[in-house]
Design a protein around this ligand. Structure first.
Ligand code: ZN
Length: 91
């Protein structure tokens, strides 16, 4: 589980996600599957908000060690987009 506050920690992951362009599917708001199109490897990313802080976890090896992986970067990007769309719809 990593806390999503220091964006520089995610920078490498974001850059890798830009290159890999993994496929993100929504399970439900906050839960996503992220698939590497080249290898077919799929991992589950969970995003949650606790005490006003944002956290994300991934089922890949890096994610299990608490490292920011590109699956988290890709899922968080989709998550934020959905959150914004929800906010707009509820406006
Ligand atoms: Zn991962």
């Amino acid at each position: 589980m990593i806390q999503l506050t220091i964006i520089s920690k995610l920078e490498n992951a974001i850059n890798k996600a830009r290159v890999c362009k993994p496929l993100v599917r929504v399970i439900k708001f906050g839960s996503y599957t992220v698939t590497n199109k080249a290898t077919g490897a799929t991992y589950i990313v969970e995003c949650e908000k606790r005490d006003g802080k944002r956290f994300a976890s991934c089922t890949c090896k890096a994610g299990e060690r608490g490292q920011a992986c590109y699956h988290v970067a890709a899922a968080v990007s989709a998550h934020l987009q959905i959150a914004v769309e929800r906010a707009v719809l509820n406006f």
